[in-house]
Design a protein around this ligand. Structure first.
Ligand code: GTP
Ligand code: MG
Length: 449
């Protein structure tokens, strides 16, 4: 049962808000501001006001607001005002009720909260204001839903949405009942059955995704048997993962200055010193990614989980505090995925910094950046270092021997070795004696004879 929001505010015109970028506070409109003709809304354009309750220990509220703005943009909203307030959490409205009233006065189509909204808060805000609220997780889900193209991505998004909504469905239904019939407590059998429907659908999706995961596992196994090393690109959204994939493999995967451009894994191959690599680009990470989302995206993330090597891409041009936070978020996500592969940290976008700035940035994040390499995908700087580091960290190749019979099967194996291993010596006698170098897996799969 999807959460039902009240219908949007209905205003056809938006009045632009003025935002004080330093304090993040909304500046009240002056009279002369009001003289400006409101810009007509472009057909289909959705407007939003961003609301953020600033916790006392936060020092990076403007970076958090900037990211929320980026997410809103990626979801197709045009942000008309940003309102923040430093205060403790309000149990009914998350932020001060007066701030919500200020936001509603802009007549946006949506109120987007940075802070997570509990089912109770969602209910109270929805019932007292006529602009539907959503929080950051919901916004991320909306972006994912609009970009999901493959069956796998669609199933994952639905699973994440249902996991997110299940507790809401229960609470919203009973709160609605409470408000309709004062004195009536508890949800009835109907609400419980709707909740059970959600659980049932989630179980079905999980099982379908297990099949997808198995297919992925078989595909990775086949690639390894063909002698490919599997390299996964991971990292915070917008760090330049797809751009790096394009630069290394000469492809043209979509790379945009927008959050979550990539959702489904994209794979391209390349050669490195005689070895074949399969590079996979996947969905980016974001701060505070809830555990349920990582679980829902497990089949996509398994390209990272089971890789032979992970390239953790980071945007070195971010302010050091932001860069640290993004690296922490990336490591936390990788930790949740239980990755075991070695990792190289690709510090990208070096073209945007001076040499001094690069040195100072590295100084502040070295503990979060295993095996760092500074590159610029834009200029190609640092690529030779990156390629030699990749070579150093690939699974080792060892020298092996095979004795193949002169049969169709033996010749098939020989052909397979030529395409997947470095051939050192081939002698034709009573049988074909081959000396080659390859990763262990080839020997294990019986090709080694
Ligand atoms: N200046 C500069 N910009 C870069 C560099 N590498 C990537 N970019 C830009 O950074 C933005 C994001 O790049 P993407 O490759 O889409 O990043 P991503 O990590 O794949 O992002 P998502 O798929 O959205 O998670 C794009 O506008 C790129 O052109 C670089 O070395 N220098
Ligand atoms: Mg991408």
């Amino acid at each position: 049962m999807p959460i039902t929001y009240p219908s949007p505010g209905g205003g056809c015109f938006s009045v632009s808000g003025r935002i004080d970028r330093n304090g993040g506070q909304l500046i009240p409109k002056r009279d002369d501001d009001l003289k400006t003709e409101p810009e007509p809304k472009i057909a289909g354009e959705r407007t939003a006001v961003l609301l953020m309750r600033v916790d006392s220990h936060w020092e990076d509220e403007s970076a958090r607001m900037a990211e929320l703005r980026g997410l809103a943009k990626a979801a197709g909203y045009s942000v008309i005002a940003e309102i923040s307030q430093r205060r403790g959490r309000d149990s009914r409205y998350q932020i001060g009720k007066g701030k919500i009233a200020e936001a509603v006065a802009f007549r946006p189509d949506r109120l987007i909260f940075y802070n997570p909204l509990s089912p109770g808060q969602l209910f109270h805000i929805s019932s007292e204001f006529d602009v539907p609220p959503m929080d950051r997780f919901n916004l991320i889900l909306e972006i994912f839903a609009s970009r999901a193209q493959t069956r796998e991505a669609k199933l994952q998004v639905e699973l994440a949405r249902l996991t997110y909504e299940a507790p809401f469905a229960r609470t919203m239904a009973s709160l609605r009942k409470l408000s309709e019939r004062p004195g009536f407590r508890g949800s009835g059998a109907y609400d419980e059955s709707a909740y059970q429907d959600i659980r049932g659908r989630m179980a079905k999706i999980r099982s379908a995704l297990k099949d997808v995961e198995q297919t992925g596992e078989d595909r990775r196994e086949r690639r390894r048997e063909l002698g490919f090393d599997l390299v996964a690109l991971a990292g915070y959204t917008n760090a330049g993962k797809s751009s790096l994939l394009n630069a290394l493999t000469g492809s043209a995967v979509a790379a945009e200055d927008e959050l979550f451009t990539t959702l489904s894994p994209t794979t391209r191959s390349m050669k490195l010193g005689g070895r074949g690599l399969v590079l996979t680009d996947t969905v980016g990470f974001i701060d505070d990614l809830p555990h349920f989302m990582i679980k829902a995206f497990r089949s996509t993330l398994s390209e990272i989980i089971y890789a032979d090597l992970i390239l953790l891409v980071a945007d070195l041009s971010d302010p050091p505090e932001t860069l640290r936070k993004k690296l922490v978020a990336s490591h936390a996500a990788l930790w949740e995925c239980e990755t075991k592969a070695p990792m190289i940290t690709v510090l990208n976008k070096a073209d945007l910094l001076s040499l001094d700035e690069i040195a100072s940035a590295i100084d502040q994040i070295w503990d979060l950046a295993p095996h760092p390499v500074v590159v610029s995908v834009k200029t190609g700087d640092g690529f030779s270092d990156l390629l030699s580091k990749i070579g150093e960290h690939l699974p080792p190749w060892r020298e092996q021997e095979a004795h193949l019979p002169y049969t169709e099967e033996g010749l098939d194996r020989l052909y397979h070795l030529y395409s997947s291993a470095e051939m050192l010596d081939v002698r034709y006698g009573d049988e074909i004696n081959v000396r080659f170098r390859s990763r262990d897996k080839l020997g294990d799969s019986g090709v080694g004879g």
